[in-house]
Design a protein around this ligand. Structure first.
Ligand code: ADP
Ligand code: MG
Length: 457
C-alpha cells in the first residue's frame, strides 16, 4: 500500500478481505465467504415505522421478510415501495429502504434476489429533538442529548457523499467493535477500542458523519440495544469564563453518562467535537496565557473518558479540524482514525446533483419543455450517457454537461460550501421565479468560480 490517500482510514490492513458480519453489513469480498449460509450476501433493509404505529417490531420484521421473499428483483440501494395490498404494512410502515449494496454493485454490477439474504431492521424515529442541558444561569450548555434514532438525523447518512467506501468502513469497524464486546472477547488477548476520530479541514462533514454514524448504528444494533442515546459534549463551553465551575460541569456530565451506560440495554454515543480546542486550551494554560484551571478541566475530561472507555456499550466519536498530530492522549488511542477531505470531482458532482434534484422536486427549477422533470444520471453512468448523445434527451444532456462543469469549477470547495452554492446561485439570478435550469446552472458555474477565487491560498 502506498501512503494513505485522502479518505483512507489509517488502519492496519485496509485492503484485506472484508468479513461480513452479522449486522447486515454487506460483504465486499469477491470470493463468497464459506461462513455464509448458501453463500448469500447479507443486505440491510431498514424499515421505518410510522410515528403512529404501535405494531410489534417482530411482527413488522416478519411481514417485511415475507414481502421481500415474494419479490424477484435485483437489489440496489434505495426505497422499496410498500405493497398497497398489504394492509398491515401500509398501516404501520413509513418507508422500506435497501442499504449498502452500492459497494457490491460496483464490484459485481448486479445483485439478484437469490444471492441475497435480507437483514431487516425495524425502527421508529424519535421525534423528541435535542434536549439541552439547561443550567439556567446564562452559561452555555455543556451538552446536547438525543434519543436515537432521531427524526432530526433521518437521511443524513445518505446525504453525505464520500468516495472509496469511507462510510461503509466506518460502519463496519464500529460494528466489529460492538460485536467483539458483545461476544466478550478478552481485551488482553485481542485489543480494540471504541474511539473514532475523524479529522480534516472544516466543512467536510465530520460532525455530520459522526451523528449519522451513531444514527445508523442505533438502527443496525437495535435488537441488541433497544435504547440508544447521543450526547454531544460542547467542549468550548467547558472553557467558559466560569472556570471554577468547569470541573463541576465535567463531573456532572460524566455522572450522567455513567448512569446511562450502567443500563446494559443502552447504547451510548459520546460526541466530542473539535477536540483540538482541548489541546489548545491545555497549551495556552501551560504557556501562562490562560488560567491553569483549564489544564484541570482537560485532564478531568480525559480521565473521565478513559474510565468510560472500558464500558462495553459506549462509542466515543471525536472530530478535529486539524490534520496534524493533536496533542491529546486519548486521541492517540483512537483505533479508527479517518481523514475526511474535501470532496473529489465525483463526490462534488453527486452533491450538486442531489441539490439540483431537490430544486427540481420542489419546483424551484422548472420550465422543462416536455413537462417531465428529468432524473439526472449519476456520475457512474455519466460517461456512457455523454458518449451516446443520440439516445439522450438533449436538454438533460446539456444539464449534465453543465453540472459536470460546475463540479469541476468547485475544486477545493468544502462539502459545506457546495451545499450552499445552489442557494447563492439562485439568489444571484435576476428573475428568481420559474427558473430555467440551464440559466440557473450557468449562474452556478459563475458563482462557483467566484467562491473559489475567494478561498485563501
Ligand atoms: N462529503 C459531503 N457530502 C455531502 N454533504 C457534505 C459533505 N461534506 C460536508 N457536507 C455538508 O456540509 C455540512 C456541514 O458539515 P459539518 O459536519 O459541519 O462539517 P465539519 O464538521 O467537517 O466542519 C453538512 O451538513 C453537509 O450538508
Ligand atoms: Mg464540525
Amino acid at each position: 500500500m502506498s501512503a494513505p490517500s485522502p479518505m483512507e482510514i489509517s488502519l492496519q490492513n485496509p485492503q484485506d478481505t472484508e468479513i461480513p458480519d452479522q449486522n447486515g453489513v454487506i460483504a465486499v469480498d469477491s470470493a463468497p465467504s464459506p461462513s455464509l449460509p448458501q453463500d448469500k450476501v447479507l443486505v440491510s433493509v431498514e424499515v421505518s415505522l410510522k410515528p403512529s404505529s404501535t405494531a410489534r417490531i417482530d411482527d413488522v420484521r416478519s411481514a417485511v421478510e415475507r414481502m421481500l421473499e415474494k419479490r424477484s428483483l435485483s437489489y440496489t440501494d434505495g426505497p422499496v415501495p410498500v405493497p398497497p395490498d398489504d394492509q398491515f404494512l401500509t398501516e404501520n410502515v413509513q418507508r422500506i429502504c435497501i442499504c449498502d449494496t452500492d459497494e457490491w454493485v460496483q464490484n459485481h454490477e448486479i445483485l439478484l434476489f437469490w444471492q441475497v439474504k435480507p437483514v431487516v431492521h425495524v425502527f421508529q424515529l424519535s421525534e423528541e429533538g435535542a434536549c439541552e442541558d439547561v443550567s439556567g444561569d446564562g452559561q452555555p450548555s455543556t451538552f446536547n442529548e438525543w434519543i436515537l434514532p432521531a427524526k432530526e438525523f433521518d437521511g443524513m447518512w445518505e446525504s453525505l457523499i464520500y468516495e472509496s467506501g469511507l462510510k461503509q468502513r466506518l460502519l463496519r469497524y464500529a460494528a466489529s467493535a460492538l460485536l467483539f464486546t458483545e461476544k466478550g472477547v478478552n481485551p488482553f488477548l485481542v485489543s480494540w477500542n471504541r474511539i473514532v476520530l475523524l479529522h480534516g479541514p472544516p466543512g467536510t462533514g465530520k460532525t455530520s458523519l459522526c451523528k449519522a454514524l451513531a444514527q445508523k448504528l442505533s438502527i443496525r444494533f437495535n435488537s441488541r440495544y433497544p435504547q440508544c442515546q447521543l450526547i454531544e459534549v460542547n467542549a468550548h463551553s467547558l472553557f467558559s469564563k466560569w472556570f471554577s465551575e468547569s470541573g463541576k460541569l465535567v463531573a456532572k456530565l460524566f455522572q450522567k453518562i455513567q448512569e446511562m451506560v450502567e443500563e446494559e440495554n443502552n447504547l451510548v454515543f459520546v460526541l466530542i467535537d473539535e477536540v483540538e480546542s482541548l489541546a489548545a486550551a491545555r497549551k495556552a494554560a501551560l504557556s501562562g496565557s490562560e488560567p491553569s484551571d483549564s489544564i484541570r478541566v482537560v485532564n478531568a475530561l480525559l480521565t473521565q473518558l478513559d474510565k468510560l472507555k472500558s464500558a462495553p456499550n459506549v462509542i466515543i466519536l471525536t472530530t478535529s479540524n486539524i490534520t496534524a498530530a493533536i496533542d491529546i492522549a486519548f486521541v492517540d488511542r483512537a483505533d479508527i482514525k479517518a481523514y475526511v477531505g474535501p470532496p473529489t470531482l465525483q463526490a462534488r458532482y453527486e452533491i450538486l446533483r442531489s441539490c439540483l434534484q431537490e430544486l427540481i422536486r420542489t419546483g424551484i427549477l422548472s420550465n422543462f419543455e416536455n413537462c417531465e422533470s428529468p432524473m439526472l444520471p449519476n456520475y457512474g453512468s455519466l460517461k456512457e450517457k455523454l458518449n451516446m448523445p443520440e439516445v439522450q434527451d438533449a436538454r438533460t444532456l446539456h444539464m449534465c454537461k453543465q453540472l459536470l462543469e460546475t463540479a469541476e469549477a468547485c475544486e477545493g470547495l468544502s462539502g459545506r460550501s457546495l451545499r450552499k452554492l445552489p442557494f447563492l446561485g439562485h439568489a444571484a439570478l435576476a428573475s428568481p421565479y420559474g427558473c430555467d435550469p440551464s440559466k440557473f446552472l450557468s449562474t452556478m458555474i459563475y458563482t462557483a468560480r467566484r467562491e473559489r477565487s475567494e478561498l485563501p491560498d
